[in-house]
Design a protein around this ligand. Structure first.
Ligand SMILES: [Ca+2]
Length: 472
């Protein structure tokens, strides 16, 4: 892998010069707008088959872009997935496998198993995507959710010129100004930097978009990297009342999606993404801006306010799980000069965004576990020089017990630590992971299991242990 990465870095200048010359500023690094949505499920958008949610702006954007069917978040929850985007590394290698509040507790014993210890903060030794881009002359802005550490690890300490809204918290207590609401679990005030001044009734998704538009307008004589990390569609599930009403009228028993509040959140996300795109158009920045749209993990399938939040149908399970519903996410990328209106089925992973963005910018960052997917943006029918994807979530969540997984081609093995059990699925004909082949395909199972073990060792993954074995 290391040799491959070094080779990739050597080829970077060549790749960049062949990006295309039709843009107004040929051979100048493009602006990069990276939109990360929180907990948006694979099936939550119209262009991915949503049946209740209406997302005309994102759907239209997909027709101008490459839409990935097999894109993965590197983890089934927020913090590790976001760390993978910032560093290009697997969360297992970073030891960032759970959110900060849990990581601060150390490994905890549940159901007789001690979960892995984890790193609560994004280490400063990492060269983040923002640091590498700033070094290359970019203006770097973070807006919205961060969740990668305490105040000493905020975006401004990790290469961002601007931080709007990032704090230690993973979610606002309310999506309505002043965004702290009546937080039920504690009396704490969740401070949200630079969003202090607002209007009564103001909605966080609108506000973050306003701030992003202001940022786009303010950047002069520099390409920009804007990391717009919407808090939506994470809990609390709160849509705008007038939009919720509209979706309440549309719900039918046969639909997979049944939550009007959530549908309204997705609707507002789409509306705001549309606003961003029209600002780029109006300011004639379309020819010089790469737009990337991704979610940080699968859709949340638990209840909120006594109602199921979303469905990832046809995928199994959701956030927290290593079944497809927990890790497969929407990913859509629009480049000025490369492929349009294409669908790419090659598996890619959130770590890949690091090398992809840096290659687009004509620069390099640190050695990492991802690959630039620029070849797929030129020709979406291509394959990447990579046989496997790996996942490691050594913790409990409502949807899972501690677990690791490997996907090789269409075969996927999931290993559960509590009962030392493997499941094997063929995604080519069993997207729902309903038909466990571990008994009938022992040879494949054993091979994938040993590849998984090799990888866990290679990245120094923290492994959960049975509490009874600790004293041995
Ligand atoms: Ca998330």
């Amino acid at each position: 892998m290391r040799n491959r990465l070094l080779l990739l870095f050597c080829l970077l200048p060549l790749a960049f010069s062949s990006l295309g010359n039709s843009s107004a500023k040929a051979n100048e690094p493009p602006n990069i707008l990276l939109v990360v949505v929180d907990d948006l499920g694979w099936a939550d958008l119209g262009c991915y088959g949503a049946d209740l949610h209406q997302t005309p702006n994102i759907d239209r954007f997909a027709t101008e872009s490459v839409r990935f069917t097999d894109a993965y978040a590197a983890a089934p929850i927020c913090t590790p997935s976001r760390a993978s985007i910032m560093t290009g590394k697997f969360p297992a290698r970073l030891h960032m496998t759970i959110w900060r509040e849990m990581a601060l507790n150390g490994g905890v014993i549940r159901r007789g198993m001690r979960t892995a210890a984890a790193e609560p903060n994004l280490p400063h030794a990492e060269i983040t995507i923002a640091e590498a881009l700033r070094e290359a002359g970019y203006y770097t802005a973070h807006l919205g959710k961060w969740h990668l550490g305490g105040a000493d690890f905020y975006p401004e300490t990790h290469g961002f010129d601007l931080n709007i809204g990032a704090s230690i918290w993973g979610a606002p207590p309310s999506f309505f100004y002043p965004y702290r609401g009546n937080y039920k679990q504690s009396e704490e005030y969740r401070y949200v930097p630079r969003l202090e001044w607002g209007q009564e009734g103001e909605y966080l998704t609108d506000r973050l978009t306003d701030e992003a538009i202001k940022t786009i307008k303010q950047v002069k004589d520099q390409p920009f990297f804007i990391h717009l990390a919407y808090h939506t569609v994470h809990t609390p599930i709160e849509g705008k009342p007038e939009v919720v009403k509209r979706y309440e009228q549309k719900i039918r028993p046969e639909l997979h999606h049944q939550n009007a509040q959530y549908a309204a959140m997705v609707h507002s996300l789409d509306e705001n993404f549309g606003r961003l795109l029209s600002v780029l158009k109006k300011r004639k920045l379309e020819d010089s801006t790469v737009v990337i749209f991704i979610s940080d993990n699968g859709g949340y399938v638990n209840n909120y306010d006594k109602q199921t939040v979303t469905s990832n149908h046809p995928l199994r399970s959701g956030k927290g799980s290593l079944y497809e519903g927990g890790i497969r996410v929407p990913l859509i990328i629009r480049t000025p000069d490369l492929a349009k209106a294409e669908v790419c089925e090659t598996p890619v992973i959130s770590n890949d965004l690091y090398s992809t963005c840096l290659e687009l910018a004509g620069t390099t960052g640190q050695e990492n576990d991802g690959l630039s997917i620029l070849p797929l943006l030129k020709n979406p029918q291509q394959e990447l020089d990579r046989d496997e994807l790996f996942f490691h979530f050594p913790h409990f969540y409502t949807t899972t017990t501690p677990v690791s997984a490997i996907r090789e081609g269409d075969m996927k093995l999931i290993h559960y630590y509590m009962d030392d059990r493997d499941e094997l699925y063929d995604l080519s004909n069993d997207l729902a992971e309903a038909n466990d082949l571990s008994e009938s395909h022992q040879e494949v199972k054993n091979r994938l299991r040993s590849r998984l073990e090799e990888w866990l060792q290679a990245v120094d993954a923290q492994i959960p242990v049975h509490a009874t074995e600790e004293s041995k």
